[in-house]
Design a protein around this ligand. Sequence first.
Ligand code: ZN
Length: 164
Amino acid sequence: MKRERPPPPPAPSELQLSRLSRFLGKALLRRCPNCGSGGIFSRWLVMRDVCAGCHLRLDRGEHDYFLGSFVVNFVAAELLICAGALAGILYTWPDVPWTGLKWGLMAAVIVGPIVFYPFAKTIWLAIDLTFRPLTRADLVGHGENLPKEGAVGAARKGFRDRAG
Ligand SMILES: [Zn+2]
């Protein structure tokens, strides 16, 4: 008896890379990666709990969610220091001002992560939303009490599209 082949896996609704680039574009502007709303930070370093535009819980309901943005910030700071050191050495070669370069990079080590921190948070949220798509549990009230139009409506439509 001939066995039937299993059906192919369902095609993703869109490429992960296009999702990531769409989310990152909004994240690099310190906006909500999901809906693009601004004002998700109450101060430079303090992210609000919920996006006012789409009602997404910005920590996605996890107590250790900050670890991802910590890693993004750490890697960005390391790259900044390496790039700054390399640029400084190449620009001033062969008379490299080692003392000035050292102090300048030390200042960058302190200031860089503070300046980049909100971007690290939104970038991490963009990465997380790409690989762990939005669910109703990520919205305040599971999205039941939210308007059907606008960004929330788009989020709801995304649920329906993924559900089949
Ligand atoms: Zn939003």
